[in-house]
Write a protein that binds this ligand. Sequence first.
Ligand code: F6R
Length: 363
Amino acid sequence: DKGGHKHFMAKEIAEQPGVIGQALSHYVTDAGEIILPDGGVDFTKIDRITMVACGTAFYACLVAKYWFEQVARIPVEVDVASEFRYREPPIPANTLALFVSQSGETADTLAALRYCDGKAQRTLSVINVPESSIARESDLSLPIYAGVEVGVASTKAFTCQLTVLILLVLKAAHARGEMDDAKLADHISALRGLPSIINTALEQNETMREAAFKLSAARDVLFLGRGKMYPLALEGALKLKEISYIHAEAYASGELKHGPIALVDEDVPVIVMAPRDALFDKTVSNMQEVMARNGKVILISDAEGLAEASNGVWSTIEMPKVADLLTPILYAIPAQLLAYHTAVAKGTDVDQPRNLAKSVTVE
Ligand code: F6R
């Protein structure tokens, strides 16, 4: 049942405020305490975290790396499961091994989990399907409560993964004395406001549809972002290529001048994801390098960022203002809707893209 939407993907994008609220209510008490099942994780006994996943779940891990390192000051290594499992990396004893998977059945992620079992101090999984193999075989498993995801392109699972991961980060930071009670309470209250902020972002649907209509004529598209927007750029590029079949690449903005700028001309739209944060000016200067080469920029930012930097850009998409820590969850919305509307404009099979399966149980 598509609930009145044309595609499951559209329905699942629209469900995000509700399911994120659900995920929060499962883990956060009325008093604002974060409760993990089965005694949770003792973050004071952990020196490092190794995160392993595939595809969109891998990008959720990349975001979590920024969060864990900046907020909880725990070093994090992230790898795609198919590389990790055959590299057979050493796993120091004080490692928390964390696996993220919507289906909980991804063959490479499961193999990586089995490799870490008995080596890492603890194996933890963040999954959507509680009865899945990855959930059963990890020491502790945290459901994301996104509900069934039918569209092959992952949407609500990604934002719910990020929601559960930020809760883990806050829990870790608090336990390790990196964050006091007052600061934790601030973050919890910002998280509680997130569903309504996402609703506001979803109201920009028409602007995103118009930008997507322009994108649908492109052969190649670049996505740029810095810091925790870099994984979002990767996610935007993956969504676009998998459902619209347009070749899309993401780069950390600072990498632009190390090669990819050679691709830029008036035929290559460049999507810049840049909330008005501490890295904004750096990203904007990369964006200006693109415009100086006639690149067509779609700038995604908040009102303040757009007021400062939208001169001369091709299109703008305005996101509401959100607490800095939460920008990756919010900016998933334009990443998803740009891809969705581009695919619809091209007439591709949005829910069942060619060559792809929802659950990759073979390697
Ligand atoms: C992209 C997408 C895939 C999955 C990947 C991992 O939209 O859906 O990249 O994220 O196949 O799947 P799970 O999360 O089930 O392990």
